[in-house]
Design a protein around this ligand. Sequence first.
Ligand SMILES: Cc1ncc(COP(=O)(O)O)c(C=O)c1O
Length: 294
Amino acid sequence: MSKLQMEGSEWREGVAYARGQFVDPGAAVIPIEDRAHQFGDGIYEVIRVFEGRPLLLDDHMERYEISARAIKLPLDRSLDELRQLVVDAVARSQLKDAQVYVQLSRGLARREHAFPAVPSHLSLTVRPLNDADFYRVREHGNRVMFTEDVRWRYCYIKSLNLLPNVMAKQAALDAGYDDAVFVRDGYVTECSSSNIAIVKDGVFYTHPATERVLHGVTRRFALAYLKDAGIPVKEEAFTPDDLLHADEVFTLNTIAEFSPVVEVEGRKVGVRIAQSDSVLRRLQAAYQTLVKGL
Ligand SMILES: Cc1ncc(COP(=O)(O)O)c(C=O)c1O
């Protein structure tokens, strides 16, 4: 099996699975005519691993199935089998802090738009993750800019088509910010790779779980915690102006967890975040409790 010319030792770390078996993470195992490669025709999940255990795996499995159904993509195995594969892959990697990337492509077939009569193709990696990189962000926050949400209508599907997200992130970096906040029809939807929430006068606001945003696993955890803690929640879209005047602004995702947004296009925002009893800090603490209980 030929090896791709990849720089650095980082490609060797962790484990990879493709075409029904564990493979060398640096090996070239996917043919050029993979639907994921040529059309972005597939779905994915990113799962966080703490102390060698996947977090919120059932939630990820549930969304994986929803995404697959939404694009009429047959699963290649049962969810129980996939769950077991994730657990086995993590054990095999011997990694404590890691992220699992699961991708299901419509399969390996000659390039034609119509769905091919071939099985879908699952690939997976378990890669090391250094939590210290995200600690800084969780403590000190991100600086962001607004950008028009030009994505398609079905952003609740975790599809491989991330070009607008990639473009928005790069535009933000090029402009000297950390990330971009999407705005559609005058309302904030989400960020390039996270959901976003604000707190105003003690009420937590986030975009409702419609077609326009990814139904984040971290967002779901937050809503359950807030309900239990008696913190009022409104799943309502808010405007960029609401965000600029909020008491707290933060992003939610599997990798960076709950991270403050501290500046928007040069304006300081969400200054209440610094207080120890802020909703953000309470969510971060609740998440730590969840992780410790794994
Ligand atoms: C566009 C987008 N929104 C929201 C999220 C947050 O989802 P989760 O909390 O399940 O990681 C992600 C995660 O990568 C994302 O890419």
